[in-house]
Every structure is written in structure tokens, then in C-alpha cells.
Design a protein around this ligand. Structure first.
Ligand SMILES: *[C@@H]1O[C@H](CO)[C@@H](O)[C@H](O)[C@H]1NC(C)=O
Ligand SMILES: *[C@@H]1O[C@H](CO)[C@@H](O)[C@H](O)[C@H]1NC(C)=O
Ligand SMILES: *[C@@H]1O[C@H](CO)[C@@H](O)[C@H](O)[C@H]1NC(C)=O
Length: 354
């Protein structure tokens, strides 16, 4: 047993669970080497994927056959260098405006750029959706709270300006993958729900957290099981073990009085083989929400068979030219619906376009 003393400040429940799971020093060294190796392989894989779409981003989007125009590096706030975003505007604007998606990328709060998801921007825009892909300031130079604040700035900007890109401000869906899914949910529970004034100004119709770590306590325990709690940035990101609560959307739900949460429709999307965020967190989050959300708010989880953490988003992007929607899911409040992975993009479009 080693380094348990680092986490003596955990509350007793978490400390007991931690102690029963913690791995030896030697086991951890092997795990750390393996993790570095996997990390670099996945970075190479992602770079390879992006390189294939860069042509479209810089040149292809100007061709007559392109599904959209890309407005690059639109500044949503003057405050910080990374406060810029790309807007993928469909070629046609339908009367009343196109539905809008604001997408926040993942990358452990430390990595990632808006160009990671060029394919998603292009594919949503080709379905008539004005799509916003944003950069945001990264940890450790900026804190989690500052990141959540930037989600608000992005939405504020979109609400005020998206009409000039053909978007309909009454039809905004907020989406995020992994850390991005965490940030949007944290924003909804800590800022949006609490401020009627903001809710009146920014009208979010749907929120879709994808493979999102919505409970940092559980995330910490999961990292311990994997022998990675010291190499993971979960605890430093949360500002120490005491912060595991405050950085958890699940914790903020638990503080609410019964049925007081005023939120957009929420659709949790995740894979049953997620190897970075335990899938159980999603079902627990959904049940808590159901108890605390006003009855008119729609809540649902879609769990995809045989899908892991990063695959979820890359598979959705690969379905770009092959939307499969022969079997719509039932909209049922509180339901956790298992789905075949071929329906992922179709299901998401159904939510956005509804
Ligand atoms: C934002 O994202 C782009 C990629 O889209 C990246 O190259 C750039 O460094 C980021 N911009 C800023 C100002 O940080
Ligand atoms: C973080 O801040 C330091 C010091 O201000 C700067 O040199 C560095 O480039 C920043 N890193 C990122 C990723 O923005
Ligand atoms: C949003 O856009 C979709 C697709 O155009 C449309 O079917 C739906 O009625 C719109 N919803 C709202 C609230 O305007």
C-alpha cells in the first residue's frame, strides 16, 4: 500500500472505498507506462483523423459541392486568447432560421481544439443545422470554474449573434463530449438553473452530454481501480479532494430542493463499453435528475451497445454519409434505452430536429 496519506482528507465513505481498491506502487508503475503508451497512440490516431479533414476545413468548404460555409475564429469574448469558435453555416437558411448546435470538445479539460470535430460540424451543417465548435481555455492555465464561465460566454454570444449566421435562437441544442459534456452540465446546474435572468436571455432547448464524467467522486474511485489516481488530473483539477463534490454535476443536483430544477431537455448519451467514464454514473445521474427536475422537463438516457469512450464521437462522425434512422427511440421520461450503435447519428439528429 502506498501514498494513501495523500488522500486522508477524503470523507470517510470515499476513504474506505479508496483504501479497499488502491494498488501497490509496483503495479502503478506498470500501469503508468501502459497509460502513456496508449495516450500517444490515441493522439497519433486523432491527428491522423484530423489531417484527413483539414483539406475540407481550409479549402473544400469553399467548393460549390460543399454542404456549408465555415466562419473561422469568430471571437465570443475578448477576455482570453482561446475565446474563439468556428461556425458551420448550412448553405440554405429555412424560414424562421436553422436549428443550432453548440458543441464543446473533450480532452480531459487539458487538451483539444475546435478543429477536432470538423466532420461533425460538416455533417450537422449538411442536415441544415448551424453548428458552433468552440475553443475554450484549458487547465492547468485556467481553472474549471473559468471553463464553465466560458460556456456561458459562448452561449451568450450565440444567443445574441447566431441569427446573422442563419441560426434560430429559440432552437439551440448544447452538446459536449467527455470533459465537454461535463462542462456543459456543470454550467446548467451551477449557473443556468440558478439565474432566471440568464434563462430568459438564453433559451436552450436540449442538452446532450456524451460520455461525460458527471460525478468526480466516482471518477476518482474508478481511477483508483485502474491504479491511475495519482497520474490522473482529477484531484488537482478539482482543487484537491474536497473539490470532488463541487466539480460534480451530480452533487449540485443533490443540493436542490425537490422538483426545483429548471433545465432544458436532457439526453445522456454513452457507450456500454466506456473504459474512461463508468457507464453506471449516467443511470445514477438520470435517477437523481428525475427526482429533482420539474415534471415538464424531458430526461432520458440512450446507452449504445459495444461502444467505448472515444469511439462514441468518432463513430458518430463516421456515420456522416450514412444516417440510419429506421427505428426511432421512444421518448419516455426517465427511460434508459439500449440502442444499436448504427443509430447514433440518427438519434442525435432526431433530438436536435424535433
Ligand atoms: C483554437 O483552435 C485552433 C484549432 O482550431 C488551434 O490551432 C488554436 O491554437 C486555438 N486558438 C487559440 C487562440 O488558442
Ligand atoms: C500557460 O501559461 C504559460 C505562462 O503564462 C504560457 O507560457 C503557456 O504557453 C500557457 N500554456 C497554454 C497551453 O496556454
Ligand atoms: C427547431 O427546428 C426544427 C427543425 O427545423 C423544427 O422542426 C422545430 O420545430 C424547431 N423547434 C423550435 C422550438 O423552434
Amino acid at each position: 500500500m502506498s501514498m494513501i496519506e495523500d488522500y486522508q482528507d477524503l470523507d470517510s465513505e470515499l476513504l474506505t472505498r479508496y483504501k479497499s481498491l488502491v494498488k501497490t506502487k509496483r503495479e502503478k508503475i506498470f500501469i503508468a507506462i501502459k497509460a502513456k503508451f496508449i495516450f500517444y497512440i490515441s493522439v497519433l490516431y486523432l491527428l491522423f483523423r484530423i489531417s484527413k479533414t483539414f483539406y475540407f476545413y481550409f479549402i473544400g468548404c469553399k467548393l460549390s459541392s460543399s454542404p456549408c460555409t465555415i466562419h473561422r475564429d469568430v471571437r465570443y469574448s475578448k477576455e482570453r486568447p482561446r475565446n474563439i469558435m468556428d461556425i458551420y453555416q448550412p448553405l440554405k437558411t429555412k424560414s424562421g432560421g436553422n436549428p443550432v448546435v453548440v458543441f464543446i470538445h473533450g480532452g480531459s479539460w487539458m487538451y483539444g481544439v475546435k478543429t477536432l470535430h470538423i466532420k461533425l460540424g460538416r455533417s450537422l451543417a449538411s442536415q441544415g443545422i448551424t453548428t458552433v465548435l468552440a475553443n475554450y481555455s484549458l487547465y492547468p492555465n485556467f481553472s474549471g470554474d473559468q471553463q464553465v464561465e466560458e460556456i456561458g460566454q459562448i452561449l451568450e454570444y450565440v444567443s445574441n449573434h447566431i441569427e446573422s449566421y442563419g441560426g434560430d435562437t429559440r432552437n439551440i441544442t448544447l452538446m459536449g463530449h467527455s470533459a465537454g459534456g461535463h462542462l456543459i452540465t456543470q454550467y446548467l446546474l451551477t449557473i443556468y438553473n440558478k439565474n432566471t435572468n440568464i434563462r430568459e436571455r438564453i433559451n436552450i432547448k436540449n442538452c446532450i452530454p456524451m460520455s461525460a464524467p458527471l460525478d468526480m467522486r466516482e471518477q476518482f474511485i474508478f481511477q483508483t481501480q485502474l491504479g491511475k489516481e495519482h497520474t490522473s488530473m482529477i484531484v488537482p483539477y478539482c482543487g484537491g479532494v474536497k473539490g470532488l463534490n463541487y466539480k460534480s454535476p451530480l452533487y449540485w443536483i443533490s443540493l436542490e430542493k425537490d422538483k426545483s430544477l429548471e433545465l432544458p431537455s436532457i439526453y445522456l448519451i454513452y457507450g456500454d463499453q466506456d473504459n474512461l467514464v463508468p457507464p453506471i454514473v449516467n443511470s445514477r445521474f438520470l435517477h437523481q435528475l428525475e427526482k429533482k427536475c420539474k415534471e415538464h422537463i424531458h430526461l432520458q438516457a440512450l446507452e449504445y451497445d459495444d461502444v467505448a469512450h472515444v469511439d462514441l464521437i468518432t463513430d458518430i462522425e463516421d456515420q456522416e454519409n450514412n444516417v440510419c434512422n429506421s427505428e426511432p427511440f421512444n421518448e419516455h421520461r426517465g427511460a434508459i434505452t439500449r440502442r444499436h450503435k448504427k443509430f447514433m447519428l440518427g438519434d442525435i439528429l432526431r433530438i436536435i430536429l424535433n
